[in-house]
Design a protein around this ligand. Structure first.
Ligand code: ADP
Ligand code: MG
Length: 570
């Protein structure tokens, strides 16, 4: 590999100053800038195209992070995430608009932004190469690449720039979360919420912890005595919290008392959170899936018969397809598909559920004779879903006490604090009820086919874009991922787009993607994605990019199941 000097980069920029934008292509290559190596990996074609991509590398002898490579995976992840945030802050601090970096949220996700490798650190950024109209501004580019960038890197990626205590804390928090998730499995819990946790967020569009300057107080979480458990974490030591065992758990309470906030925190508990977030010690079964009603979605050959019997005019629901699902059929499909994807915990909120899917009350049961209502409400299924399939549920219900009969425990949110009201609820509505019928075993094996999309793929490969966390454009089709509530970052959605891209390349794709047949089962997909191993994110994309984050196979399958031209063999 040919590594040029900083002087040669400067000379090139002087030479192309004032020329047409295309001359920027001459920048491609590797340069040594003091302690750093700069790779200009991709140069944008024009000033309005997506920015150019650069990679910077720093050997451990300069970075000082050599021994970190030998640490456990969560600590390495913690270091990568910490440095990514340092870098992001340094770029913001430098006030340059030209240098771009992927956005980071409250969750800590494995990312391609900063990578800790055997002998070096690598960070991937973008640069908007400056121009006046279409004319290269070489001197300005030199300032960005040769002055601002090295200063930013020195302030963020070198050990001496790092606040050691803050770094250690970042790593400790992830390691503790990892330990907490392992404890869930060991103790047969599905979720743990620590005492003192701060669950509410600043606003619907702002994921920072709620603060209360002068307004109503923010109530820290306090577990009810009967559900309190203690755990020992590697760094925080012994902590106390609410442990939710497997089974059926209800969250009840008056409106605006914090039910959805708790459920939402549990749903995000599959991810570690940054120090100061308030949810650092909230952990949830990694196979938790939040499901909701999603009318209008497409459903392809899914067996929704556990919840929906035969439809008007004899339409079967064992092999159900629609381009426009109703509230209840979409929620049924979402649950069945979640089970197919390996869900072990379902999270449902009345706020986003179809009423007729959740419950049918006694007067309605009397009015509608057997055969007139195809829906078996979730109420009748939730108990045996656990008994027969081992899948737990945490459910927010403020409106129906019928659920008391099928719940293992009932937690009331009262002014943002949980109370165990299981005994009272039992007295009001003793256990029993629900259906005694077994929850049907997993139905017919579905094999997913993407041929309709593969046919559209042109020579340049599939055109898939991820314009937001919950939106995907596949060729001309818009895929709404709004119901995939556990997607928390646009970087994850870009990863979904890349994964779909590889799947659409079929046998033209690079190994191991080409090994997946034309029709594949969810399990085969899971095996493929799992087999990519640590650092597998780079195998999602055809070129290295710095703006991808890890997703679960559960979300990949959720995306595929929402494709309107999906084919399914059974
Ligand atoms: P519910 O689902 O019971 O109707 P929500 O969970 O939507 O209630 O909460 C209602 C409001 O109270 C939200 O604006 C939320 O941010 C706020 N909130 C929730 N938990 C707390 C808390 N622990 N302290 C302060 N405010 C909270
Ligand atoms: Mg609510």
């Amino acid at each position: 590999m040919n590594v040029s000097t900083a002087e040669s980069l400067e000379r090139t920029l002087q030479r192309i100053d004032g020329r047409g934008y295309k001359a920027y292509q001459d920048l491609r290559g590797h340069y040594r800038l003091g302690a750093f190596e700069l790779e200009v990996a991709h140069v944008q074609g024009d000033p309005y195209a997506p920015p150019s991509r650069i990679h910077v590398r720093l050997g451990h002898e300069t970075s000082g992070f050599g021994e970190a490579v030998r640490e456990a995976l969560p600590r390495r992840r913690g270091l990568e995430d910490f440095l990514a945030r340092m870098l992001s802050a340094a770029i913001r601090g430098a006030g340059t608009r030209e240098i771009g970096i992927d956005r980071l949220g409250q969750e800590i996700l494995p990312r391609t932004l900063v990578g800790l490798h055997g002998d070096h650190l690598e960070a991937r950024l973008s640069v908007q190469l400056p121009a006046a109209g279409r004319r290269i501004l070489g001197r300005q580019a030199a300032k960005i690449l040769l002055q601002v960038l090295p200063a930013v890197l020195a302030r963020s990626l070198e050990r001496r720039a790092v606040d050691e205590r803050a770094l250690r804390r970042h790593q400790d928090v992830i390691e503790d979360h990892t330990a907490l998730v392992a404890l869930l499995e060991e103790r047969e819990w599905v979720a743990f919420v620590a005492a003192g946790a701060v669950l509410p967020r600043r606003a619907g569009h702002d994921d920072h912890p709620l603060e209360s300057p002068g307004r109503a107080p923010v109530i820290a979480f306090e577990p009810p005595p009967t559900l309190t458990a203690e755990v020992d974490l590697p760094h925080a030591g012994r902590i106390r919290g609410m442990a939710i065992p497997r089974g059926v758990t209800l969250l009840v309470g008056g409106g605006f008392h914090g039910k959805s906030t708790l459920l939402e925190a549990i749903s995000r508990g599959i991810y570690p959170h940054i120090p100061g977030d308030g949810r650092e010690q909230v952990a949830t079964d990694p196979r938790a899936v939040k499901v909701r009603a999603e009318d209008g979605r497409a459903v392809t050959r899914t067996d929704i018969s556990p919840f929906i019997g035969d439809l008007p005019y004899g339409r079967s629901t064992r092999d159900f397809s629609t381009t426009n699902a109703s509230g209840s059929t979409s929620q049924a499909a979402n649950i069945v598909e979640a089970l197919e994807a390996g869900a072990r915990l379902l999270l449902l909120d009345e706020d986003t559920s179809a009423t007729n899917f959740m419950i049918r009350d006694a007067p309605m049961r009397r009015l509608l004779r057997p055969g007139q209502e195809p829906i078996t409400p979730f109420l009748d299924r939730v108990r045996n879903l656990f008994r027969d399939r081992g899948v737990s549920t945490i459910l927010v219900v403020g409106g129906s006490g019928e659920y008391f009969r099928v719940a293992d425990r009932v937690i009331q949110m009262d002014r943002y604090l949980p109370r165990d009201v299981t005994a009272e609820a039992r007295e009001i509505a003793p256990p029993g009820g629900g259906s005694s019928e077994a929850f049907p075993p997993a139905g017919c094996l579905r094999r997913l086919r993407l041929d309709a999309y593969r046919r559209q793929v042109g020579p340049k490969g599939p055109r898939i874009k991820a314009p937001g966390t919950h939106r995907l454009l596949v060729e001309r089709e818009e895929v709404d991922l709004g119901a995939c509530e556990q997607l928390v970052s646009p970087s994850q959605t870009r990863a979904l787009a890349e994964i779909l891209g590889r799947l659409l390349e079929g046998d033209r794709a690079a190994a191991p993607w080409n090994r997946l047949g034309a029709a594949f089962t969810p399990e085969e997909l899971e095996e493929l994605l799992g087999g990519l191993g640590d650092g597998g994110l780079d195998r999602f994309s055809r070129f290295p990019r710095g703006d991808l984050a890890a997703v679960r196979t559960i979300e990949v399958l959720a995306m595929i199941n929402r494709l309107r031209s999906l084919g399914v063999d059974r």
